[in-house]
Design a protein around this ligand. Structure first.
Ligand SMILES: Nc1ncnc2c1ncn2[C@@H]1O[C@H](COP(=O)(O)OP(=O)(O)OP(=O)(O)O)[C@@H](O)[C@H]1O
Ligand SMILES: [Mg+2]
Ligand SMILES: [Zn+2]
Length: 478
């Protein structure tokens, strides 16, 4: 943790929050903080009254790492950042690992009373809350600003930042998925399957037509449909910031909102009198940047599916090491990163630098024959570069023993890294100016929310997966 000038609660304000973190924006003049955000974690409400956070325990088995924030910084910088550069070599600053900054309890208490006045009701009632015992936070670049346009030329110029949480842009067609689940899991994407479960859990109030396989298709018509569907019903998957302030998003509070009308009226205020102009700009940024290809390539490290990982890969490691904390520390052991990252990079390099086209049954598009052929070819692609001769379930199961420990670590890393990337957000920022050429051609891109997934959750990921699948299948048979 580096020594920082102290933070002053009067200079920070509430910007946004996810389920696990609150993001504070900076409004003071200290050059150290200008253009940056502070990410403060949440903790279970029951821990707020104790004086100590137990959040660090999960990460503290890694030598030299004392907080969750240190762990995240190293993970994003040396693991995710390094893998991203394999897929996206020309972009610097696509991710910001941030830096850990110490925070006093006084600062956190003052911030909590300030932000609680403006936080969405749903978040004030959620099982996790702003952690006033956090001791530190993460200082990172504010991705809602455009690095290419720091100076405004006109007073009514605006910076738009459109955030997509694209979720699973791939369909894992692993042989190792149980036969009874294959028809569903091979053809319908996880996001679409999960809508039903989310509705039952009260996480959403209505179904969206948005299907991630469209956003990840690299095809203009499908990307357009994805954006239009998100504009109709964005759920948690699209948000818009204007001049750094969250402006258009679904707080899951008011049913039957007309998001499209709201967006059109916002755009009009900023002199964009045509929704289509705005959509075209987003399509351009997505296709021109290749960002979805890069995200998808990382997600496709999930070649085996949780059904295989939870059953054959995790148990031998658990048997040997007993503790999930020890497994977590060894899995992403930061002292040996150069040794274990190279095989992961090789897995990424062996994939094409273009989006694999998946057509989910609920995407609104149908398969053409050539695509089916391509998928068949893909099925013959080796599951892993380090043992390319292995093809069948039997061969893999035989290999999953503790004698082949390195192999198990590699597969588990592939799965958990891919799984983490399925939760990231892509932030696309561009400027809007008054006059003829309303939308500036320069855009900036960042990817946030890249936290590592925990080994201790592997079993619950399987339970969740099977639950989603069963619920979906049951609803389709009645
Ligand atoms: N560096 C950043 N700059 C600007 N905005 C950010 C930044 N990081 C996060 N945000 C905003 O804050 C929101 C919540 O942050 P983040 O995704 O890191 O929290 P989380 O608790 O992990 O969310 P989730 O529940 O989706 O996992 C993001 O969706 C994004 O809108
Ligand atoms: Mg997150
Ligand atoms: Zn889908």
């Amino acid at each position: 943790m580096s020594i920082q000038p102290s933070v002053d609660s009067s200079e920070w304000h509430y910007k946004c929050e996810g389920l696990g973190n609150v993001i504070l924006g900076y409004c003071g003049n200290n050059p150290r903080f200008v253009g940056r955000v502070l990410r403060v974690r949440k903790c279970p409400r029951s821990e707020l009254t104790s004086n100590k956070s137990t959040m660090d325990e999960m990460y503290s088995k890694s030598e030299g790492i004392i907080s969750r924030e240190d762990y995240l910084t190293i993970y994003v910088r040396d693991v995710i950042g390094s893998l991203f550069s394999t897929c996206y070599p020309n972009n610097s600053g696509l991710v910001d690992a941030g830096e850990t900054i110490s925070l006093s309890r006084e600062f956190l208490r003052e911030m909590k009373s300030k932000i609680d006045l403006v936080r969405p009701t749903q978040m004030l009632e959620y099982k996790l809350d702003f952690d006033i015992n956090a001791d530190c936070g993460m200082l990172m670049r504010d991705f809602t600003y455009n690095r290419k346009h720091t100076q405004k030329t006109n007073s009514d110029d605006a910076t738009f930042c459109v955030e997509f949480k694209p979720k699973w842009g791939m369909i894992c067609r692993s042989e190792f998925i149980k036969d009874e689940n294959k028809p569903l899991k091979y053809e319908t994407c996880r996001f679409c399957c999960q809508q039903l479960t989310k509705l039952k859990q009260g996480l959403i109030t209505s179904f969206t037509k948005f299907c991630p396989t469209n956003l990840f298709s690299s095809e203009e018509a499908r990307v357009r449909k994805a954006i239009e569907d998100l504009i109709q019903n964005p759920q948690n998957n699209m948000k818009i910031y204007i001049n750094g302030e969250l402006n258009w998003f679904d707080d899951n509070n008011i049913p039957n909102r007309d998001f499209k009308e709201e967006l059109i009226s916002t755009l009009t205020k900023y002199h964009i009198d045509n929704l289509d102009t705005f959509i075209k700009r987003l399509i351009f940024c997505i296709l021109d940047s290749n960002i979805m290809e890069c995200v998808q390539r990382m997600q496709m490290l999930d070649r085996f599916d949780i059904e295989f990982v939870a059953k054959y890969v995790y148990p031998p490691l658990k048997d040997k090491y007993k503790s999930d904390e020890v497994i977590q520390a060894k899995l992403f052991d930061w002292k040996t990163i150069p040794e274990w990252i190279e095989p992961l990079k090789a897995e990424l390099s062996s994939m094409d630098n273009k989006c694999k086209e998946f057509i989910c049954t609920l995407s609104g598009f149908s398969k053409d024959v050539s695509l089916t052929l391509e998928n068949e070819l893909q099925a013959h692609h080796p599951y892993t570069n380090i043992k390319p001769h292995l093809k069948s379930l039997d061969e893999f199961v035989k290999e999953c023993t503790i004698e082949n420990e390195e192999f198990l670590w590699h597969i588990l890393r592939m799965y958990l890294i891919a799984h983490g990337i399925k939760d990231c957000s892509v932030m696309i920022t561009f400027n809007v100016t008054r006059g003829e050429n309303q939308l500036d051609h320069d855009y900036d891109i960042g990817v946030v929310d890249l936290d590592p997934k925990l080994v201790s959750k592997v079993t619950s990921y399987l339970v969740q997966d099977q639950d989603i699948v069963t619920r979906f299948m049951e609803s389709n048979t009645v």
